[in-house]
Design a protein around this ligand. Structure first.
Ligand code: ACO
Length: 332
């Protein structure tokens, strides 16, 4: 795939989720819903929720330490840290704080915002820096605390989301393990899924007004997002597989953004990938936004399901709208 000079390998993974959980039973005490409705429509049973004092850099750093240890490097060896998040503690960015927590003194760090596509967009962005020979060791952290921005009185959205962080280490490698990718966005459908700023005008002096608004909780047209996902995700995965020159039956694992079990099933069916190759952990975490793909990846690596050399077809999709796919081989 890589026409640049240096290949990339993904050599370490890690994940971290808050200790506090809220199951469907608990949710039914907050809004009019039931375990039966949530389980049958989404596959979600419980989700982890960050405490009021937990931060995106805290969770990200916990996941990052695991990934760095698995890659057998030290934080001081990192050249770049990409933090994929839509829920930074600071609108100026949270990546530098994460860098400081890790003691990654040599690394430059920045945030990348692409909602639930953040991990895939971050992976491809990191690969460009390695491909050009600019950097050799990159940490990609995906972390989101969507619970801060959920409308806890809206039963159509609050049942879906959870908090968490996942991380991978990407390293320069003789053979390129990123075999193919495709990234897409379509702002014309932006209103389908938003965590939008709502402006309130404040006049400073006569004729000079500024905005003094705030961010509004998540709004979503669930049916439109569902339709978008089951159509666009198979398309983008097929394109990435074509670029990788990998036939679908050579895919070892389908690793999708964990939004809804019905979306996972529909995409797998359309691509004719059997259930036993589909990685999923929705029941335990719900939709953790940018973090969902690396959390599922890390669990599968640590449990021994994913082995070195396995071909993984991964796809993220969500607000923006954004969507993308990456086909890669795990390990060195
Ligand atoms: N409990 C009980 N009833 C509910 C709940 C709930 N939690 N939520 C909605 N309902 C009701 C509705 O009010 C509606 O009732 P009505 O028929 O009396 O009007 C009925 O259930 C059906 O509602 P629908 O919205 O039609 O349910 P649907 O089958 O479409 O499922 C869902 C909704 C689960 C949200 C689905 O549309 C979906 O998963 N969409 C994709 C969402 C998604 O993945 N978003 C994240 C993208 S990633 C990112 O970037 C954040």
């Amino acid at each position: 795939m890589n026409q640049l000079s240096v290949g990339v390998a993904i050599t370490g993974s890690g994940s971290a989720t808050p200790k506090v959980t809220l199951d469907n039973e608990g949710l039914s005490k907050i809004v009019e819903t039931s375990d039966e409705w949530i389980t049958s429509r989404t596959g979600i049973k419980t989700r982890c929720l960050a405490s009021p004092t937990e931060s995106v850099p805290d969770m990200g750093a916990a996941a990052a330490r695991e990934a760095i240890a698995m890659a057998r490097i030290t934080p001081a060896e990192l050249d770049l840290i990409i933090l994929a998040t839509s829920t930074a503690d600071d609108l100026f960015g949270s990546a530098s704080l994460l860098q400081a927590q890790l003691g990654a003194s040599k690394a430059v760090a920045f945030d990348l915002t692409a909602a639930c596509s953040g991990f895939i967009f971050g992976l491809v962005t990191g690969a460009q820096f390695i491909g050009t020979g600019t950097y050799r060791n990159i940490l990609l952290v995906s972390a989101d605390i969507l619970s801060r921005w959920v409308d806890w009185s809206d039963r159509s959205t609050c049942v879906l989301f959870g908090d968490g962080a996942g991380a991978v280490v990407m390293q320069a490698h003789g053979e390129d393990r990123l075999l193919g990718f495709e990234l897409k966005s379509d702002g014309s459908q932006n209103e389908c899924l938003q965590l939008a700023y709502q402006s309130e005008p404040k006049e400073l002096i006569s004729g000079v007004a500024v905005a003094r608004g705030t961010y509004q909780p998540i709004t979503m047209n669930g049916k439109e997002v569902y339709r978008f996902a089951v159509q666009r995700v198979p398309e983008v995965l097929s394109k990435a597989l074509f670029r990788a020159n990998i036939p679908t039956d050579e895919v070892d694992w389908l690793l999708l953004h964990q939004a809804n079990q019905r979306i996972l099933d529909a995409v797998a069916q359309r691509l004719q990938i059997p259930d036993h190759k589909v990685l999923g952990n929705l029941a335990n975490y719900g939709n953790t936004s940018a973090a969902s793909i690396p959390i599922a990846l890390d669990e599968a690596v640590r449990s021994g399901r994913i082995k070195s050399g396995d071909v993984i077809a991964a796809s993220g999709f969500g607000a923006g709208l954004t969507w993308g796919a990456a086909v890669f081989q795990w390990g060195r």
